[in-house]
Design a protein around this ligand. Structure first.
Ligand code: GDP
Ligand code: MG
Length: 375
């Protein structure tokens, strides 16, 4: 695979590797020297270091996101569950689909059927006698998807595009398709509301074909599953397809290392203080771990999974809510666990200073502009 590692870039720019790592860290990207950078990020860093860079246009288009894996992980890789985002036009049934999958797959047989809303959840799927998991992000709308992308985090392995069979392709359907394409995330279509009178799944397929998404049964490559979030039709097939589509990707991670991943959501809870849902993308997250998420330091006091149970650890692809943060981090920020707590605290502090500095600079710049506007 081509791609520029931090080390390569440092060499090209003749600056210390640590300068680049630090600079990225202040942007909320936790990375080490053997990991690859996408082109826009490399370009930004180079320009910060005072070097202008030309990026050929085709190359700039085919940008790869920063990877959560590095060379040291290679010998410990194990398969991890796929992480799924649901996108689609308003009222086409995204929330209903998520709820329906969650209800049929999670609530049954769980103690009291109590579910915890932490912004993501996992379901168990029986696949020829083997238990597999699929993780769904239920952050509202695809805003989360785009804002996380803008920060360089790629959290989604596959996107489900929900299209209502009685309404067809709409503006946000098109938007979702282009987002998924830009992020190079495979897409599975769920043609929803097939229970409804006036539903026309074939018309939807036709419209999608015009967008370049040709259904498999018409000789294309896009998996399209007719579903009813309301009645539950097609949900098993949809889960099966998610596993099929992602199995070829051999999604893997190294559970035998300190965790890193992305903040899915965070808020200030009146009783519990700052809480954040972290999606572990590599390594294993444990109670007691010291981590940094942007300018926020945390030492995990407790972890709660999506079923409301306290857990001691979270393996790759699993979302957990964590307590013990000093502040509320931003959704989309990457987090990283450090063996050395002091180092983590110092890093968070430096990041905070840097952010303050940037804000001050911006504020003084805008003041100058408005003053000159007066004269
Ligand atoms: P979202 O905006 O995409 O999250 O859509 P919602 O899940 O809120 O659904 C919008 C409306 O469509 C609600 O009134 C749902 O009850 C309804 N709805 C969702 N899925 C189905 C379905 O499979 N069949 C029918 N008949 N109605 C559905
Ligand atoms: Mg909704």
């Amino acid at each position: 695979t081509e791609g520029l590692t931090v080390r390569d870039l440092a060499e090209m720019l003749a600056v210390p590797e640590t300068e680049i790592v630090k600079s990225l860290f202040f942007k909320g990207i936790a990375i080490n020297v053997t990991q690859t950078l996408d082109l826009p990020t490399a370009q930004t860093i180079a320009e910060e270091m005072g070097v202008m860079v030309d990026v050929p246009e085709e190359q700039a288009e085919a940008t790869k996101t920063t990877e959560m894996l590095d060379d040291t992980d290679l010998e410990h890789l194990t398969l991890r569950p796929p992480v799924v985002t649901i996108m689609g036009h308003v009222d086409h049934g995204k929330t209903s689909l998520l709820d329906s999958i969650r209800k049929t797959r999670v609530a049954q047989g769980e103690a009291g059927g109590i579910t915890q809303h932490i912004g993501a959840y996992h379901v168990d799927v029986d696949r020829g006698g083997e238990q597999k998991q699929v993780v769904f992000l239920d952050t509202p709308g695809h805003e989360a998807f785009t804002s996380m992308r803008a920060r360089g985090a790629r959290v989604t392995d596959v996107a489900i595009l929900v299209v209502a069979a009685d309404d067809g392709v709409q503006p946000q359907t098109r938007e979702a398709v282009s987002h998924a394409r830009a992020a190079e995330v495979p897409l599975i279509v769920a043609i929803n509301k097939i229970d409804k009178e006036g539903s026309e799944p074939d018309r939807v397929k036709q419209e999608l074909a015009e967008l370049g998404l040709l259904p498999e049964e018409w000789g294309g490559e896009t998996v399209m599953v007719p579903v009813s979030a309301l009645r539950g039709d097609g949900l098993d097939t949809l889960l099966e397809m998610i596993l099929l589509v992602t199995e070829v990707e051999e999604l893997s991670a190294n559970p035998n290392r300190l965790a890193r991943g992305t903040v899915i959501e965070a808020n200030l809870d009146r009783a519990r203080g700052p809480v954040a849902t972290l999606l572990v993308q590599n390594g294993t997250l444990r109670v007691g771990d010291a981590f940094v998420a942007g300018p926020v330091f945390g030492k995990i006091r407790a972890m709660i999974d999506d079923r409301g149970d306290r857990v001691e650890s979270a393996p790759p692809s699993f979302p957990v809510e964590v307590l013990g943060l000093t502040d509320v981090p931003a959704a989309g920020d990457e987090f990283e666990v450090f063996a050395n707590e002091k180092e983590a605290r110092a890093l968070a502090e430096r990041c905070l200073q840097e952010q303050r500095q940037t804000r001050l600079q911006r504020a003084s710049r805008s003041r100058r502009v408005s003053l000159s506007g007066l004269s």
